[in-house]
Ligand binder design. Sequence first.
Ligand code: PLP
Length: 398
Amino acid sequence: MDGREPAHSTRELPADVLPHLDPALTPLRVHLGSAARAHVARVRRMVDAAAMDGLRVRAAYSVKTNPDRRLLGAVRDEGLLVEAISQLEVEHAVGVGFAPDRVVLNGPAKWWPVPVTPGPFAAVFCDSVDELRDVTARPHDGAPVAGVVGVRVRPPGVVSRFGVELHDPSVLDAVAGSLSHLRPDVRVGLHVHVPAREVGAARWWRVVDEVVTAGVALERRSGRPVRCLDLGGGWEPDDLLRELLPHLPPALAAARGRLTALDDVVLEPGRAVAQPLAALVTRVLAVRGERGATDVVVDASIADAPEVGRSGHDWFLVRPGRGSALVRVGGTGRVLGRTCMETDVLHAGLRLPADVRPGDVLVITGVGAYDTSKSYRFGRGEAPWPDGGTELTAVTDA
Ligand SMILES: Cc1ncc(COP(=O)(O)O)c(C=O)c1O
């Protein structure tokens, strides 16, 4: 984040939180329903605006980021696709109303635990040469597995456990060989996922260019046109709305100059869609002033927001009879989680007012992505899985 006003935030206490400020009910995660609809609609409009003649641009919301049915409902109603990394996610998405042809399959274990539908899916991006061989070897009769089949590319210099190095001639040969078995009515695609939030925008655009270069080589070697590029996720909400989408049309025009059959671009935003759409309401349990700064202990913990601090949050203090105020950052006040874990510090630089009291409420915005989906129950005397069993997933033949 670069200090600009967040595109997704009004820096006012979100209206959807107002009915949920009762300190007797904390800690509480609140889905910001009206904000969700407006934000998803905005993403959809901006994605639509990046399309050009003969080239459509679609967003596939990454289900794992937050599979909340209300959020998926907003995504469904706006006509977006979803991206799923397991058959359990496919089942969930289908249950929310996504036909398989609105589902992009990605990741190394997309068929796990057992296929729940024959598809056809919108797209399948294979994580290895072996997986591509299996997918293209599926029987040619009946419906195709997907409208688009391709591989995830690991561009030169990118360190990742995922994808294939198409710049290696032997890998290029193997991928081209598999594509010769792909039904002619299935379009070839390439996927890349290098998070812009980690590598920076300039490197990210170079990565896109490297994938186009790989696509040109694949077209030459296989004789099949590359018609779809899937450019992954990895953006903060502001990055998507202010950096990626406004700069996409010229980049796609340049890509189409080299991949002349390119007619489909998919983006897989996860946190850029989900992050602004939940807030955490927590109550101050104790106030400590010994360090010359005001620290508070709250009834939430890093178990409730495990990625807190990795991205921009707004913090609001709500006090009985005194309304709500944005708490400025830049101080030395700490928000200490309720557990006895050394790392359980939710913020270490807030300007908390000296008269903050136990019973006051803090609202943390921007916890709708992995802060929600990776949250866990901790310090509550509960076993992490039901009945103390050892099965993490119950898949039975029953
Ligand atoms: C293949 C793929 N698509 C999309 C995403 C979503 O990423 P983000 O939430 O950072 O946008 C991920 C996240 O790891 C991913 O691996």
